[in-house]
Unconditional design. Structure first.
Length: 443
């Protein structure tokens, strides 16, 4: 069985590599996508009672106008949405047991069950069939492995929770090892020094910690590729990690809803439009910011159709030098929930303040800033800013510079400067994702 699975993964790997060179222009890609989506939706209408009722009698040719769903709708209709015949209670029971025991191998039949981290405030379930699991493994290896599938690779993968899905990439010439973020950093460093991974994958907050260990000499590895996942990659962290490991930091855009994007050899993040169709809900047309509405035409067990993600993406304004027609993304900025609104200087209305505005204001204040965390306390209307600086003796001066930068930002945007409160910087990598800029109901 293992040899059969390896052959399936290799076949999907080759298909994914070939698809990347298939289209010469966007129009050709979109025609191919349209045919795939329509064929897929015809099958979903037959197998998913949830979508059949949601779409009514509207033909699949009008799918781009079908109702949009979100995580809440998907979870409420989980039993009738999925085509694997698995109930939400059954899936939650298995997933929560795995979280508690840290044993992520159990499945329901051949279906892998996973649980999202709940960054947005609610936890989501995901189901992946055996066929989908093998296709995912082949596709992700095609997107992220340096060199060939025939080369030997050692992958160190850091995440909050493991899954049968992730473990599928291991075997044969690939040594895949899961590193639990809940374990102590010292344990990770000792284990990495033994494994000596060629590919290092993890949230930027953990990669930052490992970069610090590498600089100090405690971590003695030289990976061929370093990949950030699961968290927003901030420019300050990117620079630190790239300098420590001496190479470009790559990204994978993966979430409960699917494998949505990966960086090319030039370091540009491209959406995986060969498996997912992405419609753009404009958030700011001038800057190219949008929230993605995704339709995954490769998944059957848990169909994802016209599903609105809570992410803020910024489209790259110029084509990528790699020549790919897959949509290039300048950056994943954060969550729509973290978009701030501050009163206009004119006294009429509110001004939208994107998380990236705050990030850029802070890091441009001083080169001595090592790390930061900005939390907008909605109820108190206070922006709490935590700073870690190279030289504590000039911390007060740096805080003043940050305050001036944010005041200048408010002038440019035409909004009122909120009350600023500076706090000590603390962060421990682990179960909680790091969001450099976030909005909370209260402090």
């Amino acid at each position: 069985m293992k040899s059969f699975e390896r052959l399936c993964i290799a076949a999907h790997y080759m298909r994914a590599r070939m698809r990347g060179r298939r289209w010469t222009d966007r129009a050709a890609l979109e025609r191919w996508q349209q045919a795939r989506v329509i064929r897929h939706l015809e099958r979903i209408r037959e197998t998913s009672a949830f979508y059949r009722e949601l779409w009514g009698e509207r033909p699949v040719s009008e799918w781009e106008k079908y109702p949009i769903i979100d995580k809440q709708a998907m979870m409420e209709g989980f039993d009738r949405l999925n085509t694997a015949g698995i109930s939400r209670d059954e899936a939650f029971k298995l997933a929560l047991a795995a979280e508690s025991t840290r044993d992520f191998t159990p499945a329901i039949g051949h279906t892998t069950v996973g649980l999202s981290s709940g960054t947005s405030g609610s936890r989501g379930l995901f189901l992946v069939s055996r066929r989908e699991r093998l296709a995912w493994a082949g596709t992700v290896l095609a997107r992220v492995l340096p060199g060939s599938l025939l080369d030997r690779h050692a992958i160190a993968f850091f995440l909050r929770a493991d899954s049968n899905l992730y473990g599928t990439v291991g075997g044969g010439r690939i040594d895949f090892q899961f590193y639990d973020l809940l374990n102590p950093p010292d344990q990770h460093i000792a284990r990495l020094n033994r494994q000596r991974p060629t590919v290092l994958v993890g949230p930027p907050s953990m990669l930052r910690l490992l970069a610090e260990a590498s600089r100090s000499g405690l971590l003695r590895i030289q990976p061929q590729r370093v990949i950030g996942v699961a968290e927003v990659l901030e420019e300050l962290d990117r620079r630190f990690i790239e300098e420590a490991f001496g190479q470009k930091l790559h990204q994978v855009y993966q979430c409960t809803e699917g494998f949505l994007g990966a960086t090319c050899g030039h370091g540009t993040l491209h959406l995986n439009e060969d498996i997912v169709c992405v419609q753009k809900e404009a958030l700011d047309e001038q800057s190219g910011r949008f929230a993605p509405i995704i339709t995954d035409f490769s998944r059957m067990a848990q169909p994802i159709i016209r599903y609105r993600l809570n992410d803020v993406l910024t489209e790259r304004s110029e084509p990528c030098p790699c020549g790919s027609v897959l949509l290039p993304i300048a950056r994943i900025e954060g969550r729509c929930d973290d978009i701030l609104t501050w009163p206009a200087l004119s006294g009429a209305g509110m001004v939208t303040v994107f998380p990236d505005y705050i990030s850029r204001a802070i890091i441009s204040a001083s080169e001595l800033i090592l790390a930061y965390h900005a939390v907008w306390a909605e109820k108190e209307r206070i922006l709490n800013i935590s700073l870690e600086v190279k030289q504590e003796a000039v911390a007060a001066e740096i805080r003043e510079q940050v305050a001036r930068e944010i005041a200048g930002l408010c002038d440019r945007l035409g909004c009122r400067l909120p009350e600023l409160r500076f706090l000590p910087y603390t962060f421990e990598p682990g179960a909680r994702k790091l969001r450099r800029v976030e909005r909370r109901a209260s402090s």
